[in-house]
Design a protein around this ligand. Structure first.
Ligand code: PSU
Ligand code: MN
Length: 308
């Protein structure tokens, strides 16, 4: 690794060993811990997800910036610190270099986690949901930097689709324009996070981890820029009622509007509001879908390490 990059990147020994041996590694983001779920469920979930990835035979690498260092793989103490603090910066692509230069702390979004994972040589990443094109983007231009990152950084993101706090048709259009493969896992539909179906077609689909690993491998062979979205529907047992969620999301959006929440604050605000409005039921679903994604990401990563 080049020494200029090296001074910013701290790879946990377990992760470094796995990467050096071409073994399966799964990246995990930290915004979901710091801004996506309340304490202490966030830290419990982060640990559980790491355990699931290990049981599947891969090595978890939770990514964050601490004291200006990009950490690939976090110890328990750092996870706890990120989960407890209520003032950790939310880092997307634009924020990363400044926070590193300031030797500060920050939780990485999907976009920033992809950047850091790619720098470390990790090509599979598990999370809950990606950012996307917000409703009303035709007026306020609010489009998550996650989508641009998916078009330029070669990391496959396993998620449960995207929440309908977003404009899902526009999100899929954007990904199509930027040439990002969106693969429904064992489904022909693009899943809508809490709900298995969105009514929108998934552009591609695959029925096993091998097929997804094979596609990633071809992307690499062809020297493609960009990653992929692997859209894995929430397990049936934890899916939420669509009519109820539509209502909850409408209420959350109206309240964000009334309070004038904008910019990077809007996604965390809506996530918190949804948990509040469902009295925590949505949080249980959120946790289950992240665990489900961790299993699939580990399987894809294992298949991929057998291929390359
Ligand atoms: N969607 C979720 N849970 C999350 C996020 C999105 O269902 O935790 C987080 C992710 O870190 C994602 C970020 O990358 O929010 C997107 O923020 P923005 O819309 O500001 O780009
Ligand atoms: Mn935004």
């Amino acid at each position: 690794m080049n020494s200029k990059l090296n001074k910013h990147l701290v790879i946990a020994p377990e992760v470094a060993t796995a990467l050096a041996h071409g073994q399966a590694v799964v990246a995990l983001e930290s915004t979901i811990i710091a801004h996506g779920m309340p304490y202490p469920k966030n830290v419990e979930t982060a640990r559980e997800v790491e355990g699931i990835i290990r049981r599947e035979g891969a090595v978890p690498a939770t990514i964050a910036v601490l004291d200006g260092e990009i950490r690939i793989g976090l110890d328990d103490e750092s996870l706890e610190k990120l989960g407890r603090a209520d003032d950790v910066a939310k880092l997307s692509r634009r924020d990363l270099p400044m926070i590193i230069a300031q030797k500060a702390d920050g939780a990485t979004t999907v976009a920033a986690t992809m950047i850091c994972a790619a720098l470390a040589g990790i090509s599979v990443f598990a999370t809950g949901g990606i950012g996307g094109v917000h409703r009303g983007a035709e007026n306020d231009f609010d489009i998550s930097a996650d989508l641009e990152e998916l078009a330029k950084t070669p990391v496959a993101v396993v998620c449960a689709g995207a929440k309908s706090i977003l404009d899902l048709p526009k999100t899929l259009e954007f990904l199509e324009t930027r040439g990002v493969p969106v693969i429904g896992y064992k489904t022909k539909q693009f899943p809508a996070f809490y709900c298995r179906e969105s009514g929108l077609e998934a552009p591609l689909s695959a029925n096993n981890p091998e097929a997804i690993a094979a596609m990633i491998s071809v992307q690499n062979d062809l020297g493609y820029q960009g990653g992929a979205v692997v859209a894995n529907p929430i397990p049936e047992s934890h899916a939420m009622d669509k009519a109820e969620m539509d209502q909850v999301i409408a209420t959350a959006l109206a309240s964000a509007d009334a309070e004038g929440v904008i910019g990077k604050a809007i996604t965390p605000y809506l996530l918190g509001k949804i948990v509040e409005l469902t009295e925590g039921r949505s949080l249980e679903s959120n946790i289950e879908l992240v665990k489900n994604n961790a299993v699939l990401a580990a399987k894809i990563s294992k298949e991929l390490s057998a291929l390359v």
